[in-house]
Design a protein around this ligand. Structure first.
Ligand code: EPZ
Length: 422
């Protein structure tokens, strides 16, 4: 397994291009199952999760070609050969469950493995199941697989979500585009990735209103056409790289960044005394040289502070001036980066879903273990500002969600390299 070695102390200077959003692309790709016409995605990120989704769609009989060095995904599913999403693909990537809604809508049946838990939590699917049953699906759990059938097709309905689940909103939204009648999703998730999905579905001929609000209304249509769609910028990658100059010093311009993608996050940076400037090419963050102020963080569904930036924010707060309290309200076990940061000298006290971070002047490089995608990158960020060398092991987690992370950081002066695993 590869490792990444970071030698701290180099201030950063320059520009980092932000890729298309992993979490948008992973819901846009299954949308190809809704239509027999081609769907082409541009600005796709080059990530292992995208490769996993490609394999899954191909296992169902869809055609997926990665063009232009993987930045363009040309897909079509005029003839599906299977409606079963196998456990050995789904267990690697929970987002595989996003084929459930499209397959039910297109074929009237689907067998999708339950993803099983992952490092950050149990990741149940009860909200997805209740929502699709409201549209008329009959769903049964057998041998770890969800067996779903929509006899006579799906019918539009009022679908209240008990929690604004991103995936459940996406599955329901995609299923409803081909249901007979009107669907109203209440307490829908409002993430930018959902807005991006709606823009693409509308281009395919779907009739949808209310994206970005808590109520989304879908008028079912008989069929959807093809489309070409540019994947929205990745707000989590954006937020991650905005923190790099705060931790390492210097100034970085994140190309493609837009303030509306990171509102709550940027507000926290402002509260910590960090300047974020909008430029015509993106967002520029400059360290003011003094330590950031400690701030409180509570993770919430969008437009609140994103859970996917909690680990990265904690890495920054480890050397802030004061005591910061972080509350993780979305996932039940998303502080696994804390013990690793403590190996680097961080002072963190974790009690249930609350982590209290007492800032120290500087962390010390150490060998650390990546446990999940966002924890991995928080350790790299910490290493940029630490004294000495930090070796982050098990970086396969990283490659799921960050495109060429060492090249992007080396491009602005970081001392970072990937060491091939033994
Ligand atoms: C999406 O996961 C993202 N993944 C996650 O990003 C992100 O952390 C999460 O949304 C929250 O923003 C993709 O988009 C591929 P949820 P998702 O359904 O859809 C519970 C990353 O690092 N829940 O909003 O799975 C669930 O256990 C990943 O890129 C149920 O209880 O998130 C969790 O505690 C990690 N029952 C909470 O809701 C359900 O049926 C939020 O889950 C569904 C979810």
């Amino acid at each position: 397994m590869d490792s990444i070695v970071v030698t701290g102390g180099a201030p950063l200077q320059g520009q980092i291009p932000i890729a298309g959003a992993k979490n948008a692309c992973l819901t846009l790709m299954p949308a190809t199952l809704l239509s027999e016409e081609p769907l082409t995605l541009t600005n796709a990120p080059r990530l292992s999760d995208i490769k996993t989704m490609t394999l899954l769609l191909q296992s169902l009989g869809a055609e997926v070609s990665a063009l232009a060095d993987g930045k363009v995904l040309a897909m079509s599913s005029h003839g599906l050969s299977s409606t079963t999403a196998d456990y050995d693909i789904v267990r690697k990537m929970r987002a595989s469950n996003l084929v459930l809604g499209p397959l039910l809508a297109r074929e009237g049946h689907a067998i999708v493995s339950l993803p099983g838990g992952c490092a950050i939590g149990a990741r149940p699917m009860d909200i997805h199941i209740t929502a699709l049953e409201a549209l008329g699906a009959e769903i049964e759990l057998k041998d770890g697989y969800l067996h779903a059938v929509a006899r006579g097709g799906l019918k539009g309905a009022r679908v209240p979500l008990r929690f604004a689940s991103v995936g459940a909103t996406e599955n329901t939204l995609m299923a409803a585009t081909l249901a007979k009648g009107t669907t109203i999703i209440e307490n829908a998730a409002r993430e930018p990735e959902i807005v991006d999905l709606v823009i693409c579905l509308r281009r395919m001929g779907a009739q949808i209103e209310g994206e970005g609000t808590s109520t989304i209304t879908i008028q079912g249509v008989d069929r959807l056409g093809g489309a070409t769609h540019q994947v929205v910028t990745d707000r989590i990658e954006l937020g991650t790289y905005m923190l790099a100059p705060v931790i390492a010093g210097g100034e970085v311009e994140c190309l493609g960044g837009r303030m509306e993608l990171v509102g709550a996050f940027a507000a926290k940076l402002d509260a910590a005394g960090i300047d974020v400037a909008e430029t015509e090419r993106g967002l520029k963050v400059r360290s003011r040289g003094d330590r950031p102020r400690a701030v409180g963080v509570v993770t919430e569904p969008f437009p609140g502070f994103p859970t996917d930036l909690q680990a990265q924010m904690m890495a920054m707060l480890c050397t802030a001036d004061g005591v910061s309290v972080l509350e993780e309200k979305i996932f039940e076990n998303r502080f696994m980066h804390a013990p690793e940061l403590m190996r680097m000298g961080a002072r963190i006290d974790v009690a249930g879903g609350t982590a209290t971070v007492t800032g120290v002047s500087q962390l010390k490089g150490a060998p650390v273990m990546a446990t999940d995608l966002r924890a991995s990158v928080s350790l790299i960020l910490a290493g940029l500002g630490a004294s000495g060398e930090t070796v982050v092991n098990r970086v396969y987690h990283l490659d799921r969600g960050y495109e060429h992370v060492e090249e992007k950081l080396r491009g602005v002066g970081a001392r970072i390299e990937r060491v091939a695993g033994k």
